[in-house]
Design a binder for this molecule. Sequence first.
Ligand code: DC
Length: 227
Amino acid sequence: MTTNQKLIIAIDGPAGAGKSTIAARLARKLGYINLESGAMYRGLALKAIRNDISFDDEAALLALAQNSQIRLEPTREGNRVFLDGVDVSQRIREQDVTSAASRVSIHPAVRQWMVARQRELGVGGGVIMEGRDIGTKVFPDAEVKIFLDAHPEVRQERRILQRTETVGQVESQRIAAELQERDLRDRTRVASPLVSAEDAIIIDSSHLSIDEVVDKVEELVRKKLGN
Ligand code: DC
């Protein structure tokens, strides 16, 4: 299904719900671009680690953001991420950056800077952006809003399966604990916590395949487009 009408599709939800996979698949089907807003927070978090800047220092983090170039390049599989011109796509998925991204994202000034950049990326539509506050803050007028959720155990299991090496029990427990901690921080922070927009369609992906979720969202998009 391709169309000339270029919508904005917002997909929010917790880690492991399947947002990036769904966004990438759907983008391919619709001829849209998929943008992972979380990768921008990850880029900033990596720069903070490298510059030894405290994750609690809001002013220093904002200054760091203002002096950074964080670029997303949509691909068929997801986003490649460039920090100051260097490809950091692999590095930003590592555990220390994952945890740091959740910590730097609690600061209102950092969020304001990120939201402004993210809105620039949505100019012209034809965009599927995924994150935590896309339907509530970045694009409150998005034509299609999805809140993609899944049971915590399912999300933990997916994270474990994403690993290429075999994961033992201790490592599994660590992954589960990390996900729980990040969930709690993302949902309870004061600035733009992870919540479903009032007008979002909630999809629970716990017992659905990727194709089934993509079909559901595509159906909603088709309805919006009136065909
Ligand atoms: O989607 P992700 O796992 O790559 O996101 C990493 C962290 O970034 C997440 O724990 C919270 C933060 N984030 C956010 O606060 N707002 C967004 N729109 C996207 C991510």
